[in-house]
Design a protein around this ligand. Structure first.
Ligand SMILES: [Cu+2]
Length: 408
């Protein structure tokens, strides 16, 4: 009876899981974070780590166009280097070391850009309450066995006292096991944190053809302090879509994090005109947020090439499109088989939907989707919209632009 109870409580204890978080690297969980560094689109994969001190296996998955690029990686005093080779997309592994559990930052450096990716190492570490619980159950077992032996040898009082102490030890262990999930859990204020974002560009007045650094400063709406709690969602700290107002230019990147509360990306703004930026992020314990901004690029105006609408949809109700990619070799990117990003002509509406097949568990290197991608979205009002379908084939991000006419 005692043994069954002890086993039951022990199993219940093992099942009490550490609360999931968006940054955790543990024995059962790895982390994927997309990063656009020095113009190269990467997925940084932090593999599962069973113990500390121990190795941290990091894979950089590089997407075309890949150019010759040296990326220095560092975490907690351990460093490594990855050299990307031109036109060789795919996985570049490196092994770093982690000394202990808790919060860490993985530093990536390439061509003067630095990104610090926060993550949390959670591997089995003995907490005080665990020592009490396991020690209590251990003592119970020993004392009860001793009591049985004493009982068998007809030492009644010895058997009773050993049994009594054993029962006390078990009660203490069981009590701590029951209340321990509450120990150490953080008390949080109610309400969800809200971020304010400010966009700036360098140079401040870029000309067509310049390399432009686009920067978002993120501060907490209540405290005004830099936002340091971005959660990895859809395999990135933040997703940044920049389009020219005329819809001719489109980029979907994953900005580097040079410091807490700051996200940056570099791009060549080839066309003059207005550019609209949409930053999609999520904070821990908060919902998703879309922060937008705009900047202007000077230079003699280019005529936008007239493009006929490839899709016509009714306004205000869900529509499903099927896109035939012509291949069964699609690799998941950002955890999905395909992405569709939409924007209205004025830039006041922005949408991002995903392909409908189940979310992939692959790190992106396995081709497991296609040829058809299905997207369901809706367009709120009649008018002209732009849509961009994105998927990955042979480690290349394919972007297919569409013009959409939405009627009433
Ligand atoms: Cu993204």
């Amino acid at each position: 009876m005692f043994i069954r109870l002890v086993l039951g409580v022990s199993v219940a204890l093992i099942v009490v899981a550490v609360p999931a978080s968006a940054h955790v690297v543990s024995a059962d969980a790895g982390l994927r974070v997309a990063q656009t560094i020095s113009g190269t689109e990467l997925t940084v994969v932090l593999r599962r780590t069973p113990e500390v001190p121990g190795p941290l296996h990091v894979d950089l998955i590089a997407y075309q166009p890949v150019r010759d690029l040296t990326i220095d990686l560092a975490v907690a005093g351990s460093a490594g280097t990855v050299r990307l080779h031109r036109d060789r997309p795919g996985t570049y592994p490196v092994v770093l070391q982690v000394q202990n559990g808790g919060p860490h930052e993985l530093l990536l450096k390439a061509s003067g850009e630095v990104s610090a990716l926060p993550f949390d190492v959670r591997v089995a570490q003995s907490a005080t309450w665990e020592l009490v619980v396991y020690g209590g159950f251990g003592a119970t077992g020993v004392l009860l066995a001793a009591a049985l032996v004493a009982g068998a040898l007809a030492r009644r009082w010895t058997a009773l006292s050993l049994g009594g102490i054993g029962v006390v030890a078990m009660v203490v262990a069981a009590t701590v096991a029951v209340v321990s999930p509450q120990l150490g859990s953080e008390v949080r204020d109610s309400g969800r944190p809200n971020a304010q974002g400010f966009l700036s560009v360098t140079p401040a007045q870029p000309r067509a053809g310049d390399e432009v650094t686009v920067r978002f400063e993120l501060v907490d709406g209540s405290t005004g302090l830099p936002v340091n709690d971005l959660a990895v969602h859809h395999d990135a700290l933040a997703h940044l879509v920049i389009t020219s107002e005329d819809g001719e230019f489109f980029t979907h990147v994953h900005p580097i994090r040079p410091a807490g509360g700051r996200l940056e990306t570099r791009l060549i703004a080839a066309r003059p005109g207005r550019y609209l930026a949409y930053l999609d992020l999520e904070r821990l314990d908060a919902g998703g947020q879309l922060i937008s901004g705009a900047f202007d690029v000077g230079g003699p105006a280019h005529e936008a090439s007239p493009r006929a609408a490839s899709w016509r949809f009714p306004a205000g109700r869900p529509v499903t499109v099927e896109v035939d990619t012509g291949t069964t070799g699609l690799q998941p990117w950002l955890g999905m088989a395909g992405h569709m990003i939409t924007r209205d002509h004025a830039g006041t509406f922005f949408g991002h939907v995903h392909e409908q097949s189940p979310m992939s568990t692959s790190d992106g290197t396995v081709a497991q989707h296609g040829p058809k991608l299905r997207f369901t979205m809706s367009f709120p009002k009649p008018g002209k919209y732009f849509a961009w379908v994105q998927y990955v084939q042979d480690f290349k991000i394919v972007t297919v632009p569409h013009v959409v006419e939405v009627f009433s």
